[in-house]
Design a protein around this ligand. Sequence first.
Ligand SMILES: Nc1nc2c(c(=O)[nH]1)N[C@@H](CN(C=O)c1ccc(C(=O)N[C@@H](CCC(=O)O)C(=O)O)cc1)CN2
Ligand SMILES: NCC(=O)N[C@@H]1O[C@H](COP(=O)([O-])[O-])[C@@H](O)[C@H]1O
Length: 188
Amino acid sequence: MLKIAVLVSGGGSNLQSIIDMADEIGCSIELVVADRGCYGLERAAEHGIEGVLLDRKVYKKNLSEMLDEVLRDRVDLIVLAGFLSILDENITNRWKGRIINIHPSLLPKFGGPGMYGMNIHRAVVEAGERESGCTVHYVDAGVDTGEIIFQERVEVKPNDTPEDLQKRVLTLEHRLLPQAIKNIAMAH
Ligand SMILES: Nc1nc2c(c(=O)[nH]1)N[C@@H](CN(C=O)c1ccc(C(=O)N[C@@H](CCC(=O)O)C(=O)O)cc1)CN2
Ligand SMILES: NCC(=O)N[C@@H]1O[C@H](COP(=O)([O-])[O-])[C@@H](O)[C@H]1O
């Protein structure tokens, strides 16, 4: 059984897809860690999963120490699921090859600092892209520069709003992230 921690900052729909598929994936969600108050923590509580809120006033200076304290050797894999804080190289080096992230674009396009959430879908629509999608990748010290594990494409329709595109990509994410974790669990 692969033990995982899921890091969230928002609504937690990707966390929910992992919760719903945990048995099929072969993983145990040991804890959910948030960098701010968010519905993702509510979802954890609703499912009896330990939730930890990192106090932004404290961790801003030492997120590495806070995460190390919380995670220690409790898990095999860290999953960033809508987590909006950039992890520093202390963490990414210590957890090299054991942190994955879901990003709602076809990296390397529309990645990097500032590219998160609706900002991405707005940029894709404004750029007149004919396709978009999502990427699961390993996390390194760069932003969205880690080795790609999976990518899947969706069509961008002519009259799509950013909200239309977000909805279509999110459906894909809810399938791709659990699949990536399942593959890692099978190889564990
Ligand atoms: N070392 C890494 N840390 C993180 C990565 C990564 O690839 N390497 N991925 C992000 C998730 N992410 C894209 O997938 C991402 C998240 C947030 C941002 C961003 O610009 N954030 C803002 C702050 C936003 C906020 O706190 O509301 C910022 O840093 O100014 C870009 C990409 C998770 N961590
Ligand atoms: N760059 C990181 C990023 O933009 N992540 C995105 O935030 C959303 C979180 O939704 P959720 O909280 O409902 O899972 C998801 O679309 C995820 O890909």
